[in-house]
Design a binder for this molecule. Structure first.
Ligand code: SF4
Length: 400
């Protein structure tokens, strides 16, 4: 095995035996075992960074699995805590996450008022600095504990996104990262009259274009744009609008940089990545809504290498493809053309939001190689011929 290839352990939701030893839960334990928490030292403070969801968005990683990781960290001698932004932490109980159910405290990543932060210089596009969550950065160990799903701004929400957006305080996330696409000029105010600007606003079926007549300022919300190009069509005769791949790519470039800065605050042997490709929705958990899953459940991936686990997760989603009947009608520019060379998340969110871009940028930053060896644990093949249990549940009296 070449040293530039990273190991990614994988447990599929498909199983080959009715025994508990072959169940998905056992596979999660096995992947955690392979991750090898022995580099966690006694009394290390271990940040389990996860998305706890918002409002009615319950399709985050089930607390059932959080408990298993927490147990393994405690066994290794660490002090685990679950962390996310304060809003998600404060109402996490609504979605089943409490210190009792998780087995460890839940602590807001940038303190109780989202103000305990570390300033990081970026000097990238229109971003000078951002504020990293101080609680998370104070920890000795990071477990990047991720729900794999789609994302409207970049196609894919995975391990990079979990610490890139989730690793910074609210204003950094909402006012800086979500806005970096505008770093590259895309509208020529001199060529555009107010009447034409209003025509452009009307041309967008997703209401991504807004216009402030007083300031003569037109703004495109790139996060919701699915690149239907109806605005470009409406602009043909004037040519004041120029939405480029570079605009859309800025978001993923910044995500790679933001995640890299978070990782720098942890020793290399104290970073662990777990991706749960379950209940894969089209939009991120921060929408706070219940959504249909648009890709079949796949399983759990674990690695010490962030780029490799992201590449592997994206590849597994690509192999699985979209469940067309589950795609909501608000994906108006859905591309299901089998000849189009698009990742399922780009079919939903548009070709400029190719989710593989983020792994390319991470690799360029030296965060690791995209090459990986996928090592499946307790596969159907491996377990199907094992001796199954003699009985099913409650074979022994539990309560008397
Ligand atoms: S490309 Fe389509 S979705 Fe995007 S801003 Fe233009 S009209 Fe709106």
């Amino acid at each position: 095995m070449s040293p530039s290839r990273s190991k990614v352990y994988f447990g599929s939701v498909k199983h080959g035996n009715t025994g508990r030893f072959a169940s998905f839960a056992a596979k999660v334990d096995k992947v955690i075992e392979h991750l090898d928490f022995s580099t966690i030292e006694k009394k290390d403070k271990v940040a389990i960074k996860m998305h706890l969801g918002f409002n009615d968005g319950y399709q985050t990683v089930p607390v059932f699995f959080v408990r298993r990781v927490v147990k393994a960290v405690k066994k290794a001698g660490g002090y685990p805590f679950v962390t996310d932004n304060p809003t998600a932490v404060y109402n996490a109980a609504e979605r089943g996450y409490t210190s009792e159910t998780c087995g460890c405290p839940l602590i807001p990543s940038a303190g109780v008022k989202d103000g305990y932060t570390r300033q990081v210089e970026f000097n990238f596009g229109n971003i000078d600095t951002m504020e990293m969550g101080g609680v998370m950065a104070d920890a000795d160990v990071l477990i990047d504990f991720t729900h794999v799903k789609g994302h409207n701004s970049c196609g894919y929400g995975g391990a990079v996104k979990n610490i890139a957006l989730g690793g910074y305080h609210g204003p950094s996330r909402w006012q800086k990262i979500h806005g970096v696409e505008a770093s590259i000029p895309y509208w020529d105010s001199e060529k555009c009259t107010p009447e034409h600007a209003k025509k452009l606003v009307e041309s967008c079926p997703d209401e991504c274009i807004s216009y402030n007549e007083e300031k003569h300022q037109l703004t495109v919300a790139f996060g919701m744009c699915d690149q239907c190009w109806k605005c470009m069509e409406a602009d043909k005769a004037v040519g004041c609008l120029d939405l480029k791949q570079e605009n859309y790519a800025m978001f993923q470039q910044l995500m790679a940089r933001a995640a890299n800065e978070v990782l720098k605050t942890f020793d290399e042997n104290k970073r662990f990545f777990l991706n749960f490709a379950l209940d894969i929705t089209a939009l991120c958990d921060c929408w706070g809504i219940a959504q249909p899953h648009v890709v079949n459940d796949i399983g759990v991936l674990g690695s010490r290498a962030i780029v490799a686990i992201e590449q592997a997760s994206l590849d597994l989603v690509a192999n699985e493809g979209l469940i067309e009947s589950m795609i909501p009608p608000y994906f108006k520019n859905l591309n299901m053309d089998p000849d189009a060379d698009l990742h399922p998340f780009a079919r939903l969110h548009g070709p400029m939001k190719n989710p593989y871009l983020v792994v390319d940028y991470c690799e360029e930053l030296g965060m690791g190689s995209r090459k990986y060896d996928l090592i499946e644990v307790l596969s159907v093949e491996e377990t199907k011929n094992m001796e199954p249990p003699k009985g099913v549940s409650e074979t022994q009296p539990s309560f008397f």
